[in-house]
Design a protein. Sequence first.
Length: 359
Amino acid sequence: MKFLEEFRDPELAKNLLTKIDEACKGSWTLMEVCGGQTHAIVRYGLDQLLPDKITLLHGPGCPVCVTPADAIDAAIDLSQQGIVITSFGDMLRVPGNGGDLLAAKAAGGDVRVVYSPLDAVDMAANEPEKEFVFFAVGFETTAPGNAMAVLEAKRRDLKNFALLVSHVLVPPAMEAILGGENKIDGFLAAGHVCTVMGVQEYDKIAAKFEIPIVVTGFEPVDILRGVLTCVEMLESHQSGCLNAYERAVADDGNPIARSVVDQVFEIGTRTWRGIGDLPMSGLIIREEWKDFDALKRFKIHPKDVQPSRCLAGKVLTGLIRPAECPEFGKGCTPESPMGAPMVSAEGACAAYYRYRGLK
């Protein structure tokens, strides 16, 4: 398959590993900020194939994992009021403070899995007697589709559709990590986010903290190329943002998608699961679109209380690896998850459990 098999080619991967080994003189700590990249790294054992002088840490790149418990609670509360909650399937088993959406469905709540927010708009149009809420989570990648759902609901003059929004942005999280306990020498930036947003924000971070940031894809060859580029920049004392995912990312991203997002959303403070409030780190619905804001329409004010034994925050910021959490594989498993990183298909804990067991 074009653009897939060739980026899993073992010989290309071996050649890149050789080049990385030759280029690496110092010891460097790199962080990827994409759950898809995390799973590829663990699945293919890329971190184990790299030279010992390179350490890969996993950042808060899983949108489901950083969705706070209070957002889950809000969705559950709405379902208990007879409101139809629509969501992507990976949100149903993410625990809030009082259960998850799958349990809410089992208790009689109308919780439906959709494959697009526009599916939820269609449902609202077909069942005007019911209130529909789409649980809108994710990074910049999913924001255009969610914004389009609002614009389409407005075009159809639907009065029974709203979004429960928990959108977060990658650059503020990177800045928070760089100002925290970890010493990160360079970042592998999420390619799909950059297909929408471009690289301008990363240029600013790279200049501010004098580090290399390399926009990277998701297959083994993509990731190894990103690591090589980052190492070469570090060894030559270069900072800046380079695009190593040219087949998908343009420097200015997708201006049309960004325009749609800007119509519906504005930047505001968001709570990140296990991390806390980060100023200006997420998207909120603009005042002129407040009729489509589920929190305002239904007056939901949940409180965020993080499970004390779940170390998701430390996993998401690279302070520990999943297996270093005392609950990993014991109190927290995919069948009985304590935290979101064990639930999501992009979660680091789920990746380690699936591909490395209890090691």
